[in-house]
Ligand binder design. Structure first.
Ligand code: ACM
Ligand code: ZN
Length: 620
C-alpha cells in the first residue's frame, strides 16, 4: 500500500471510531446509587433520554442556583438541554412541591423514571439537588467524557431522605496548604455523595490560613514556614538559622466568600474552625506577646508532639485577639455553627505562668483544666452574642460550655455517647472509623501515613448510632463526619487517594437507613463509582484488593496460609517460585500449606481487571 493510501485508510478508520464515539447509545440495566436510597424499585419498562432533552421546571426559577447547577451539569454530561415551559412533552421535569410532602422532609426527594419521562420532585431546592445527584448516578460512568446520543434508563421509582442531618467531611489545610481550586473539587465530591457539612480546619500549629486585616502578621508570618515539602514528613532537615519561610499561604477574603457561595449552591454549609487554646504555634509565631513567656515559637516543619505551645489564658489581650479574629471570620462564614477547637492542649506553660495562675485564683477555678473551660466559655459567650453556636472537639465536654455547645467526638464513640447522654448535641467522628489520614491497607503497600488502619470495610462499619442505642441518646446525635488531617498528605491527588473510596462508605452510613446498608452490595457499587470518579479526574485507592493473611502453624517447617481480600469474588492468582504471577498462575481456592521462608507473590483480579500491584510476602 502506498503511503498516501495508508494515510487515507487511517483517516477512514479514525473517522469511523470518532463517528461511533459521538453517536453511541447505551442501555443502563443496573442502578448503583451511593448512598443507598431509602426506597428504590426498578420496573420492566424503560425511558430513552436523548442528548437534547427538554427540561421543564415547576416552581423553580431558571435563575435559582439549583436550576443553574443542573443545566450546567447536564451540559457537562454532554447533553444539550433546552428549557421548555410546557409540563407536557418534556424529558425531565423538576418540581418544587406546592404542597409539602412530609415524608421527604427538607432534604428528601422523589425521582421517577417513567415511560414518558423523568420526574424529580422535592419540598426544597436541596431536595431537588439530591434528586439530581441520584439521577446523574444513573447515567453511564463515563458520561462526562463520552457523548451518548441516547441513554436508555430502566423505569424506576426512588423515594429518598437522609438518616442524619449532619453528614460531614473535614479538611485540614494547615499541615499542608491546598489551593482553593482543590477545596472546590473536594466540595464537589462531597455533593456527589450528599454530604452537607464541610468542616474547614483553617488554623493550627503549622500554618494560619485565614486572612486577617486586623492582625496582618498572621498572614505575613503565621501562614508561612520553611519549605521542606520535597522531604518526607518527619524526616526533613531542620530549619537553618534565618532560613526564609516560603511554604504555605492563606486564602483571600474574596476566595472564601466565593467558596461559601459555591458550597451553598451544592447544599453544603461550611463550618470554619479557629483552634484554641493549643495548636496555636502559627499564631504565637506571629504575636509572641500572646504566649505565657513572650518567647516566639518557630512554625514546625514536621511532626510536632506534644504540641506544647499554648496561648496565655491570663492575658486579657488573648481573648480580645480571638474575639476580633472570630468577628472577622464571621463576616465571611454565615454558618450557624463555629468550631473553636479545644483539643490536645498541653498546660505545662500555664502551670509556670504567673498570669495564668492569677486567673485561676481570681476566677475561683480549681486547676488548668478549669482554666481551659473558663477560656472556652468566654469564647462561646462571645459567639452566642453574635448568634452563633460553638462546636468543640470532645475535650470540651467538661461541663464548662453551655448546653447549646456541640461536642465533636473524635477520641471514641463512647465520648460522644456520654456527652449525648448528658444532653449535648453530638457529631461522631471517632478515630476508629472516620480518620481518613490512617492507612487503608497493609502499610507495606501504601504511601507513608500517620499510622492506624481503617480499611474500606472498617469505615463501612461506622454507625453514629449503633443498633440498640437508647432513644434519648440517639436523639442528641446529629450525625457524623470523616476527617482528613494532612500531615502526610501534601498534594491534591494524594488527598483524593486517602479520601476515596472511604468517604463513600461514610456517606452511605450517614445518609442511608441502617437496614438498607449492606457491605457486599456497597462493595459492588464502589467499582462503578471508581470509574465515575476517575472520569471526573479524581484519584482513589485500590487498597481493598490488598491480600490479608491468616497464618497457622502446622509443624516447625510448615504453615497453613489463608488469603483473602475484603472484596467478595476477587480471584487470587499466586506463585511460590519467585516468578511474577499472571492469570495463568495457580488460583487460590482455599487455605494452603507452605514451607516457612516461601516467597508468595499474589495477583488479585476482580471483574476481569488486574488490581493495583503484585503483592509479595515471605511466610514466617
Ligand atoms: C484531633 O484529631 N486532634 C481532633
Ligand atoms: Zn499564661
Amino acid at each position: 500500500m502506498s503511503t498516501m493510501m495508508k494515510k487515507y485508510c487511517l483517516l477512514v478508520i479514525l473517522a469511523a471510531v470518532l463517528g461511533t464515539s459521538c453517536h453511541r447509545s447505551v442501555t443502563v440495566t443496573n442502578l448503583n446509587i451511593i448512598p443507598e436510597p431509602v426506597f428504590q424499585v426498578q420496573k420492566e419498562g424503560s425511558y430513552t433520554l436523548k442528548d437534547n432533552p427538554a427540561i421543564s421546571m415547576v416552581n423553580l426559577g431558571q435563575n435559582s442556583s439549583t436550576a443553574r447547577y443542573i443545566m450546567k451539569s447536564l451540559r457537562h454530561a454532554h447533553l444539550r438541554p433546552t428549557l421548555v415551559s410546557s409540563t407536557e412533552n418534556n424529558d425531565i421535569e423538576l418540581i418544587l412541591n406546592d404542597t409539602v410532602n412530609s415524608e421527604l422532609g427538607d432534604e428528601g426527594y422523589l425521582l421517577e423514571v417513567r415511560s414518558t419521562g423523568i420526574r424529580m420532585s422535592a419540598n426544597t431546592e436541596t431536595g431537588l439537588f439530591y434528586a439530581y445527584q441520584t439521577f446523574i448516578q444513573m447515567l453511564p460512568t463515563d458520561v462526562v467524557k463520552t457523548s451518548y446520543h441516547a441513554i436508555t434508563l430502566p423505569e424506576c421509582t426512588i423515594l429518598d431522605y437522609p438518616r442524619f442531618s449532619w453528614r460531614g467531611a473535614h479538611l485540614d489545610v494547615c499541615r499542608h496548604f491546598f489551593p482553593i481550586k482543590f477545596v472546590k473539587k473536594y466540595i464537589d465530591v462531597m455533593a456527589m455523595y450528599k454530604l452537607n457539612k464541610f468542616h474547614f480546619h483553617l488554623t493550627d500549629d503549622h500554618g494560619w490560613r485565614l486572612p486577617s486585616e486586623k492582625y496582618p502578621r498572621l498572614n505575613t508570618v503565621g501562614s508561612w514556614r520553611v519549605d521542606r515539602d520535597d522531604q518526607p514528613w518527619g524526616q526533613a532537615e531542620p530549619a537553618q538559622e534565618g532560613e526564609r519561610t516560603t511554604y504555605g499561604g492563606f486564602y483571600s477574603r474574596e476566595e472564601l466568600v466565593d467558596l461559601v457561595q459555591y458550597a451553598a449552591n451544592r447544599g453544603i454549609e461550611i463550618i470554619p474552625e479557629i483552634e484554641m487554646p493549643g495548636h496555636t504555634c502559627a499564631l504565637l509565631a506571629s504575636y509572641p506577646q500572646l504566649s505565657c513567656d513572650g518567647q516566639p515559637c518557630e512554625i514546625p516543619i514536621g511532626p510536632y508532639w506534644p504540641p506544647k505551645d499554648i496561648v496565655c489564658a491570663g492575658n486579657d489581650s488573648t481573648l480580645i485577639v480571638f474575639k476580633d479574629l472570630l468577628d472577622e471570620m464571621l463576616e465571611i462564614f454565615p454558618s450557624k455553627y463555629i468550631h473553636i477547637g479545644g483539643d490536645e492542649a498541653v498546660w505545662d506553660k500555664w502551670k509556670q505562668c504567673p498570669r495564668c495562675q492569677r486567673r485561676i485564683r481570681t476566677e475561683h477555678l480549681r486547676d488548668e483544666a478549669e482554666l481551659q473551660g473558663w477560656f472556652m466559655r468566654q469564647i462561646e459567650d462571645h459567639l452566642a452574642s453574635r448568634g452563633r453556636t460553638v462546636i468543640g472537639w470532645d475535650e470540651v465536654d467538661d461541663g464548662s460550655l453551655s448546653s447549646n455547645a456541640v461536642v465533636m467526638a473524635w477520641r471514641g464513640v463512647q465520648n460522644g455517647m456520654t456527652a449525648a447522654r448528658d444532653g449535648s448535641k453530638v457529631i461522631m467522628c471517632p478515630t476508629s472509623h472516620c480518620y481518613l489520614d490512617y492507612y487503608q491497607a497493609d502499610s507495606r503497600y501504601q504511601p507513608a501515613s500517620i499510622g492506624g488502619l481503617i480499611t474500606l470495610s472498617k469505615a463501612y462499619e461506622f454507625d453514629p448510632v449503633p443498633m440498640g442505642t437508647n432513644s434519648h441518646i440517639a436523639a442528641n446525635i446529629l450525625g457524623g463526619q470523616c476527617n482528613l488531617w494532612t500531615e502526610y498528605i501534601n498534594t491534591p491527588s494524594h488527598a483524593e487517594y486517602m479520601l476515596l473510596p472511604r468517604m463513600l462508605a461514610i456517606s452511605e452510613k450517614l445518609w442511608s437507613q441502617q437496614e438498607a446498608t449492606d457491605w457486599n452490595h456497597f462493595r459492588r457499587k464502589v467499582e462503578d463509582h471508581k470509574n465515575r470518579l476517575s472520569a471526573k479526574g479524581y484519584n482513589y485507592c485500590e487498597g481493598s484488593f490488598t491480600p490479608q493473611f491468616k497464618v497457622r502453624k502446622i509443624d516447625d517447617h510448615t504453615m497453613n496460609v489463608a488469603i483473602e481480600t475484603e472484596v467478595p469474588n476477587t480471584y487470587i492468582f499466586y506463585t511460590t517460585d519467585m516468578s511474577t504471577p499472571t492469570r495463568q498462575s495457580a488460583i487460590y481456592l482455599g487455605p494452603i500449606n507452605l514451607e516457612r521462608g516461601t516467597h508468595i507473590k499474589i495477583l488479585p483480579v476482580y471483574n476481569d481487571i488486574e488490581r493495583d500491584s503484585i503483592y509479595e510476602y515471605v511466610i514466617k
